[in-house]
Design a protein around this ligand. Sequence first.
Ligand code: COA
Length: 186
Amino acid sequence: MQTPLGLIARLPIRTGRLTLQPLGDEHLPALAALLADPVVMRYFPRPMTLPESSIWLQRNLERYRHDGSGLFAVVRQDADGARLIGDCGLVVRSFGGRTRVELGYHFARDVWGQGLATEAARACVALAFEASDVPAVVALIRPENRPSQGVARRAGLQPRGAVLHIGLVHDVWHITREAFAQLALQ
Ligand SMILES: CC(C)(COP(=O)(O)OP(=O)(O)OC[C@H]1O[C@@H](n2cnc3c(N)ncnc32)[C@H](O)[C@@H]1OP(=O)(O)O)[C@@H](O)C(=O)NCCC(=O)NCCS
């Protein structure tokens, strides 16, 4: 796998209802509100404070520069204009002695239940395989996080093993380039 992945240069991406674009400093207020919500952060160690969200955002901007990828802004056009409703993207991460590309996402609670996370996740999986040479995309998901498992499954990933990540057991969900090609043929 060649890094930097060069995926950030492919943005923006438009899906049926969403635009995926690079995160920027202008997204901090909406992002911080999302990451401070205890329900959104139920499967993470704890909700984030504003300074922690700011560090999280800066770390993502650093990922763009270093890895050519990271978590992206998911923006939806609504009556009041463009609104950041979540983040979704592809993070280069080392675990289990290997470097992998991890699909990740968080969405605001008021937009759950509409298939928007699945729409963004599918776009990211397609981007990974169509615009880079990554052999596989993985997602690390807590065994209790059923909504996230649903998103991963609908994006074509399957469970395969488990790892300890941020001190918590996570199932590893997985889709290979070959499996993605098979899905695309169906
Ligand atoms: C994980 C998360 C993004 C899932 O959000 P979600 O809205 O449930 O996911 P989807 O966008 O796939 O929507 C699926 C739901 O929309 C419904 N839906 C409605 N229209 C749909 C459409 N066009 N396409 C697909 N599903 C649709 C589905 O039936 C499903 O409903 P259900 O929850 O009653 O079964 C959300 O729970 C979240 O942000 N969680 C907190 C952060 C988190 O845990 N992130 C993952 C860490 S691994």
